[in-house]
Design a protein around this ligand. Structure first.
Ligand code: SF4
Length: 355
């Protein structure tokens, strides 16, 4: 396949049109790493204030490595996908231990770090170290699918393999970092999923989808990814002026974060009745349980309807979930003390909007 000289068109366009984002002024691998991790699954405008706050608190790898996990999670609060913060913290410790706190520059070393996959590794290698490392995210996959009118679905191993190969073959010898960033920028600003701005696109002359008027038909998807729907019930338990919060286990989703007691429920269960039983098992007697709101949480493979209930305990209840059979262990805190704890986005929203 003869490859079009994309970089000759893209690099001058990028130089002239790139948005002035804070992580674009640096070649510091630590800062690029932090920005790339924050930008996964999260919009640029949301990330910017988090990025500044993070660097104010942890200006370098050593400071991050020394920080307690609770502080790291608190700074990440509201950004979602907390495993990212935990990985940054763990990896910073590892870099201090194995590389004296200096970010490694060799591909094998970078790709072996926890939480750094092919995409993030490629971004760090190319942008910070000027190495020939490709990147492929949703934006780049969409652009390449359209330019080459690729019929292999992008969510299949075959489609992905082809895209990675193309991303590598198209990299120029000079400025691979700028080329990668120009692809991300094109995908974020012109080659949008809906209504791509082909009229002002610098590579429209090479774009097969554009030439056949089929931009909207790409990227192809296999349609095999089914989103499962699940339910959860959450109890905001009050006893006088205190609220019951629990901490998630060390592993899994939202590890270490705090939340109001939350349980997965089946389609048939009534959330209020279920919570009442759970509280009883913990030795807590509910005076009232009322449904307040429902929040939707979306993940890669499932979406969750989180039903939030306000629970008031009877005055004679001893406010400690102490029974040996208790389905949770908790801590009672006053409303103003909640800000000391890191909560997942949904629970932070409950505090912000319903308490
Ligand atoms: S011409 Fe249109 S579809 Fe093709 S890369 Fe440019 S914006 Fe995307």
């Amino acid at each position: 396949m003869k490859l079009p000289p994309l970089s000759a068109k893209l690099l001058p366009w990028y130089e002239k049109n790139k948005r002035p984002l804070p992580w674009r002024d640096t070649r510091d691998p630590y800062r690029i790493w932090v920005s790339e991790i924050m930008l996964q699954q999260t919009q640029v405008k949301t990330v910017i204030p988090y990025y500044h706050r993070w660097l104010d608190a942890f200006p370098d790898i050593k400071t991050l490595a020394k920080a307690p996990l609770s502080k790291v999670l608190k700074l990440w609060e509201g950004l979602g996908y907390y495993r990212r913060a935990k990985n940054l913290h763990e990896t910073a410790k590892l870099i201090v231990k194995n590389y004296a706190g200096r970010f490694p520059s060799e591909p094998e070393a970078i790709y072996s770090l926890s939480g750094i996959g092919k995409y993030t590794g490629g971004a760090i290698l190319s942008i910070a170290f000027g190495k020939q490392a490709p990147i492929l995210d949703g934006n780049v996959a969409r652009i390449l699918s359209r330019i080459f009118a690729l019929n292999d679905p992008v969510d299949t191993p075959k489609g992905l393999k082809k895209l990675w190969e193309l991303a590598a073959l198209l990299l120029p010898e000079k400025n691979p970092g700028d080329f990668n960033q120009s692809m991300m920028e094109l995908g974020a600003t012109l080659c949008l999923p809906q209504e791509p701005a082909c009229l002002i696109c610098p590579v429209s002359g090479f774009c097969q989808a554009r030439q056949t008027g089929t931009e909207q038909d790409y990227p192809r998807k296999s349609g095999k990814t089914k989103i499962k729907k699940v339910r959860a019930a959450c109890a905001v338990v009050r006893h006088g002026d205190r609220l019951l919060i629990t901490q998630r286990p060390d592993n899994g989703l939202w590890a270490h974060l705090w939340e109001f007691p939350t349980f997965r429920i089946t389609d048939k269960e009534d959330g209020g009745d279920f919570l009442k039983k759970q509280l009883q098992t913990a030795g807590l007697k509910a005076k009232s349980i009322a449904h307040k709101t429902s929040l939707k949480r979306t993940y890669t493979d499932h979406s969750e309807n989180l039903e939030v209930y306000a629970c008031e305990l009877t005055s004679e209840t001893s406010a400690t979930p102490s029974s040996a059979d208790s389905p949770f262990s908790g801590q009672w805190v006053k409303l103003h003390e909640l800000k000391r704890f890191a909560f997942s986005s949904a629970h932070a929203k409950i505090i912000r909007e319903y308490l």
